[in-house]
Design a protein around this ligand. Structure first.
Ligand code: PEP
Length: 258
């Protein structure tokens, strides 16, 4: 069993004070949790402060995005070196809001993934189909295109350290999660594509998280699926109670597997 990873995407939410408090609650609430990786991804302007709250704990700090270039005339962007300097070890790349609200293409996301690995930052690479794509029966096709384009040119040893997040766009922030069967079907497909391109060992080492309206009451069932290795949580990660409940669900699963 791969070590589950529960990551919270705070998106453009919270004040600085609320960010510090939430980070403190996650830090304190996860003391004693073993066998599960827990991470939070605050807005970039709060990263340094959140890092100071998390320092010394096992909670992972991730950014929500980064640019592929090191520096230059890219107003409003942050580089990999910048997010590293304020304590990030991880970064979310290719989130559907970046793709569909800000127009990021597969090729931009591929550049970001390559840069992240060059800099030793662990990416959480998001992909997922839109509602019309699911309804027209092209989910697998979309996933395959996003996966192949996103990973183009990456070394197998980088791919083996990757975290992928399958996030159906129609399930993000809508309260309508994919059923565990729908999610497992796509996760299984992603695993099979990885196996086809990189072999058994690499495919077996990639954690594939599910994201899209995850809540404490659906986390257990999603985590029970063989190819779901964790969860990327948006709304429910903004309240420590619900986020810690989801983390406990993963912890219980690890304990019961021993
Ligand atoms: C997300 O932000 O990646 C996400 C899945 O959001 P939510 O859990 O709110 O649907």
């Amino acid at each position: 069993m791969l070590r589950p990873f529960i990551a919270g995407n705070w998106k453009m939410n919270l004040t600085l004070k609320e960010s510090r408090e939430l980070a403190g609650s996650v830090r304190d609430g996860t003391e004693g949790i073993t066998g599960v990786d827990v991470g939070v991804c605050p807005p970039s302007v709060f990263l340094e402060d959140v890092y100071s709250v998390l320092e010394g704990s096992s909670v992972i700090l991730g950014a929500q995005n980064m640019h592929w270039e090191d520096k230059g005339a890219f107003t409003g962007e942050v580089s990999g070196d910048m997010i590293k300097e304020v304590g990030c070890t991880h970064v979310i790349l290719g989130h559907s809001e970046r793709r569909h609200v800000f127009g990021e293409t597969d090729s931009m996301i591929n550049s970001k993934l390559r840069t992240a690995f060059t800099k030793g930052i662990m990416p959480i690479f998001c992909l997922g189909e839109r509602l019309e794509e699911r309804e027209s029966g092209s989910t697998f096709e979309v996933i395959e295109r996003q996966l192949r384009a996103g990973l183009a040119g990456l070394r197998p040893e980088d791919v083996s350290r990757l975290t992928i997040a399958y996030e159906p766009v129609w399930a993000i922030g809508t309260g309508k999660n994919a059923t565990s069967t729908q999610a497992q079907e796509v996760h299984g497909r992603i695993r099979a594509l990885l196996k086809e391109s990189y072999g058994e060992d690499v495919s077996a080492s990639v954690r594939i998280l599910y994201g899209g309206s995850v809540k404490p009451d659906n986390a257990v069932e999603l985590l029970a699926q063989p190819d779901i290795n964790g969860l990327l949580v948006g709304g429910a990660s903004l309240k420590s109670d619900s986020f810690l409940e989801i983390i406990s669900a993963a912890f219980e699963q690890v304990r019961s597997a021993v």
